[in-house]
Design a protein around this ligand. Structure first.
Ligand code: BTN
Length: 333
């Protein structure tokens, strides 16, 4: 067994019961290796950042805590999903996880439905409308999910708001009552953006080839670390929570929520989620201006439709808008 594999198996074993201590000798017997190899595997785990307790006196080993890394084994450990994230590609530094996902999804041997790509850093992270996504190393979650839905292409746009709901409910567990969705795909905490979603579709006439859901989450960015262009509008979970969050743990809890919401969406779009979406809405009842293609739409937000479009009440009519860039019109109350 290669050292890396031994280290991973050993980690799995001692982590299953983190209150228990394990004798180096018994572990060696269990994995059919020499005790020195166990010691070397422990050395590797420590190098990866795991906190372990190994007493040199009686050679007893105990798991203490994982590092805050997005490695494939950290992501797979205790991942409760059925499909989403069961195939993982975890990178250290990439240009954009969405670009990698698109290449993998369209490859000769295409990546399966539910494959995820994560990175510790992006050097060309992309946002909506040609913007960039600030993706410094070590602090954020940069994730792309490859989906191969059976539904028709016109149902694809609602996936953004479905994702926003799954993510909001994930972050809401850490910061109850403080997380909101700004339609169609921004997550706000205390009125500042903490996450963005970039959904990219590849489709033929009536058939989706694949859908890439890109998610950026500002998790552990320290206060004061955002560049000037976004320092007044962006925030991180750490800034509000005043402590760090383990990114792999947060990612796994999001993937589980995502899988549940995706199943619901495939069955009945957003019909059973509308109540929750309304509860988290940042825009509900606000006067807004929406730039949608060449159109500018002014009006008051009165709700959402099952397909994810937003309902706007204007003076003489009520209309639905499928996508757009929203600003709140502060001149009206
Ligand atoms: C936005 O708010 O404009 C959307 C931001 C989406 C950022 C994520 S980070 C992971 C994935 N890879 C990218 O290049 N972009 C998305």
């Amino acid at each position: 067994m290669a050292l890396k594999e031994l280290a991973e198996n050993l980690l799995f074993e001692i982590r299953k019961n983190d209150r228990k201590t394990f004798l180096e000798e018994s572990l060696a017997r269990q994995f059919a290796v020499e005790p020195e190899n166990i010691a070397r595997a422990v050395g590797l785990l420590v190098e990866w950042g795991y906190k372990l307790n190994l007493s040199s006196k009686n050679k007893k080993l105990r798991f203490i805590s994982p590092p805050d890394i997005l490695s494939d084994s950290e992501i797979k450990y205790n991942l409760k999903t059925k499909v989403i994230g069961q195939t993982v590609f975890a990178y250290n530094s990439v240009k954009s996880t969405n670009d990698i996902a698109a290449t993998m999804a369209a490859a000769k041997t295409p990546a399966p439905h539910g494959t995820i790509i994560t990175a510790n850093e992006q050097t060309k992270g992309r946002g909506r409308l040609g913007r960039s996504w600030h993706s410094p190393p070590g602090n954020g979650i940069y994730l792309s999910i490859i989906l191969r839905p059976k539904f028709s292409p016109e149902k694809a746009p609602g996936i953004s708001i479905m994702t926003a709901l799954a993510l909001t409910e994930t972050i809401n567990k850490l910061l109850p009552g403080r997380v909101q969705i700004k339609w169609p795909n921004d997550i706000f905490i205390n009125g500042k953006k903490t996450s963005g979603i970039l959904t990219e579709l590849s489709a033929e006439k009536n058939k989706i080839n694949h859908l890439i859901v890109g998610v950026g989450i500002n998790v552990n960015q320290p206060p004061g670390s955002f560049p000037d262009e976004i320092k007044d509008t962006a925030t991180s979970i750490r800034k509000v929570l005043r402590k760090k969050t383990n990114r792999a743990k947060l990612l796994k809890s999001f993937l589980l929520n995502f899988e549940k919401e995706y199943e619901l969406y495939c069955k009945s779009q957003l019909s059973v989620s509308l109540k929750r979406l309304r509860k988290y809405s940042y825009l509900q009842d606000k006067h807004v201006r929406i730039i949608s293609g060449n159109e500018t739409i002014d009006g008051r937000v009165i709700g959402l439709n099952e397909d994810g479009s937003i309902i706007i009440k204007q003076k003489d009519k009520t209309i639905s808008v499928a996508s757009g860039e929203v600003t709140i019109d502060i001149s009206k109350k």
